[in-house]
Ligand binder design. Structure first.
Ligand code: NAD
Length: 306
């Protein structure tokens, strides 16, 4: 089996925003021939600044691309790129493997994989976890749905961008794993924010609470890495006025995806729905651009109505 390890292989990378730019940069630095595209001029300029070859239109991707990776905001953007007017599914060669790393709806992902299959193309859903810092350090977790053989072929490329690459099952199962994970992350961050706001009102030092909690039963990844209090955890967005990181708008989107996935299998996820409502309210209030851990600001404003 031909495995895509050769340095001469060509990779097309569409969507070089917060996540896509460092992912594409790592591939280019490793030695792959990367051509990037983004519809935002500013993203293209940032890409060029980091030494990436940037195409001016998606049409510049030729049939020679061995792999095309997409890292786009949401369902509509992904659908536009794959099956829109200039959609890549109708233009790439049959040996090209398509890897969508965006977080999108499970059913949209399956539909796009079916569209690819009907053209004899392999498409994997491969959403990631690990945030911008994981993208920068090449230590993302990839949750992959689709054919195992296609995954084996692109494995060396994914390993440049990530540390854990997990085959979650058939098409859409990568997205299923991602929404389940992020529903828990959103719920966890709200819980952490409520705990630390309560501690503050009770007069408890947050550093003391952090030291206790991180070695007690309240310990979790979000607490250790994204504590919404400044000056305690080095990687917290709270240390940089909640600049993202993983934006509130993205978390709100993921929670809505989890809600719709739950509805599609007739399941009521009470905490997931509440988290979705809170993040959407926070986004609508003008905080969509902040890091998701800024949800503590919403909680700090909440009071019992008398
Ligand atoms: P982003 O908004 O920073 O980047 C997305 C890029 O896609 C933008 O630069 C945008 O201009 C570009 N784009 C949109 N439509 C396009 C089109 N039709 N053609 C070409 N380019 C187009 O978003 P991000 O934070 O990089 O997130 C990307 C995806 O990764 C999302 O689905 C998100 O949920 C997921 N994700 C993000 C994080 C994180 O921490 N930011 C973590 C895990 C997963």
């Amino acid at each position: 089996m031909f495995v895509y390890r050769e340095m001469t292989m060509k990779i097309g990378f569409i969507g070089i925003g917060n996540m896509g730019l460092p992912m594409a940069f790592n591939l280019a630095r490793f030695g792959y021939e990367v051509t990037a595209f983004d519809k935002s001029e500013q993203a293209c300029l940032l890409g060029q600044k980091r030494g990436l070859r940037v195409a001016s239109t998606m049409n510049e991707f030729s049939k020679a691309e061995n792999i095309i990776i997409t890292m786009l905001p949401a369902d509509d953007h992904v659908a536009e790129v794959y099956i829109g007017k200039e959609g890549i599914l109708d233009r790439v060669s049959q040996s090209t493997i398509l890897v969508d790393c965006s977080t999108i709806d499970v059913n949209t992902s399956r539909t796009l994989a079916d569209e690819a299959k009907s053209r004899n193309l392999d498409m994997l859903d491969a959403p990631v976890s690990g945030g911008v810092s994981g993208a920068e350090s090449g230590s993302l977790t990839f949750m992959v749905g689709g054919e195992g053989i296609a995954l084996e072929k692109v494995m060396p490329v994914l390993q440049v961008m990530g540390k854990n690459i997990v085959h979650a099952g058939a098409s859409g199962m990568g997205q299923a794993a991602k929404v389940c994970n992020n529903m828990l992350l959103g719920v966890s961050m709200i819980g952490i924010s409520e705990s630390f706001t309560l501690a503050d009102r009770l007069g408890l030092d947050p550093k003391i609470l952090f030291d206790i909690m991180s070695s007690a039963t309240g310990d979790c990844w979000a607490l250790r890495n994204h504590l919404p209090i400044a000056g305690i955890v080095e990687t917290s967005a709270a240390n940089r006025s909640f600049s993202p990181g993983f934006a509130v708008a993205m978390m709100a989107k993921d929670l809505r995806l989890a809600e719709s996935a739950a509805k599609s299998v007739d399941l009521q996820t009470d905490l997931g729905i509440l988290a979705s409502t809170m993040y959407t309210e926070f986004e609508k209030g003008g905080s969509g651009h902040l890091d998701y851990s800024a949800i503590i600001n919403l909680i700090q404003q909440k009071a019992f109505s008398k």
